[in-house]
Write a protein that binds this ligand. Structure first.
Ligand SMILES: NC(=O)c1ccc[n+]([C@@H]2O[C@H](COP(=O)([O-])OP(=O)(O)OC[C@H]3O[C@@H](n4cnc5c(N)ncnc54)[C@H](OP(=O)(O)O)[C@@H]3O)[C@@H](O)[C@H]2O)c1
Length: 244
């Protein structure tokens, strides 16, 4: 492909799988926050698959760190073909009957939503210099189904889903904007936020009776990169847990 691809949150889980899947012949800009060692492992894997890799560190929940990330990326490349806004997480589960926590609501939106909107806008000059440039936002099945004790997380991903369509219209015809909405996928995410019992209830509610793998999400990301007639779409990869 010979593309320059920035993947946020590429140290572990879905972002790392996408970096490895897209490695051959491409330059992968691997962003991470805390997991430096894991990010270095992804960089080594990208290089052994015949790709180029550069590492960037930033807490994307911080405006100033997002700004620093953008300037560091701009110092390394004069074009971007793909931006994958993947960094994110629930931060923590927030049962509504425990009362509101303004700071936590703010953090969940900053990490998952503000960051993706900020980076899409700030990196637009680089994307406009790319070849069939596209943005891919990683949302969630929670957008479709709601998520008890994670309704704020679901809402922030729903905002990102809506942003995907708005940006797709606004940035067409030059830049495509799409999303992937993963179901329950085996990554460190569920080790942080779900008990094994909760994961089992998700599996029970999934027609294919299993969790998905990070590679299956990477496959959907690759599909959206390669199909140049898709924009404003959200691809659901969830074992049938939600059907439109
Ligand atoms: N796994 C699932 O079932 C599932 C389902 C639906 C949606 N998703 C979404 O998929 C995306 C990837 O999650 P995952 O499953 O791959 O989980 P993961 O393994 O926990 O990966 C999360 C990634 O996001 C980065 N990150 C988290 N907070 C950050 C912050 N404040 N600043 C910068 N980077 C930050 C992490 O970086 P460091 O580790 O370097 O700090 C890590 O690279 C997330 O947006 C998540 O909401 C996952």
């Amino acid at each position: 492909m010979s593309k320059t691809i920035l993947i946020t949150g590429a140290s572990t889980g879905l972002g790392a799988a996408a970096a490895r899947d897209l490695a051959t012949g491409n330059t992968i800009l691997i962003h991470y926050n805390r997991s430096r060692e894991a990010a270095e492992g992804v960089k080594a894997d990208v290089e052994s698959a015949g790709g180029n890799a550069l590492l960037f560190q930033a807490d994307v929940g911080s405006e100033s760190q997002c700004a620093r990330l953008v300037s560091e990326v701009m110092a390394q490349t004069d074009k971007l073909d793909v931006l994958v806004n993947n960094a994110g997480g629930m931060i923590e589960r927030c049962p509504l009957n425990e009362g509101p926590n303004w700071g936590l609501i703010d953090e969940i939106f900053r990490v998952n939503t503000y960051s993706a909107i900020y980076l899409t806008s700030a990196l637009l000059p680089l994307l406009e210099a790319g070849s069939d440039p596209s943005v891919i936002n990683i949302t969630s099945i929670a957008v479709r189904t709601g998520a008890p004790t994670a309704s704020i997380y679901a809402a922030c991903k729903a905002a990102l889903d809506s942003f995907t369509r708005g940006a797709a219209r606004e940035l067409a015809p030059r830049v495509r904007v799409n999303a992937v909405a993963p179901g329950v996928i085996e990554t460190p995410f569920h080790e942080k936020y779900s008990t094994p019992e909760r994961v089992q209830t998700f599996i029970d509610a999934t027609p294919l009776k299993r969790t998905g793998t990070a590679d299956q999400i990477a496959h959907a990301v690759r599909f959206l990169i390669e199909n140049s007639f898709i924009t404003g779409e959200t691809v659901d990869v969830n074992g049938g847990m939600y059907m439109r």
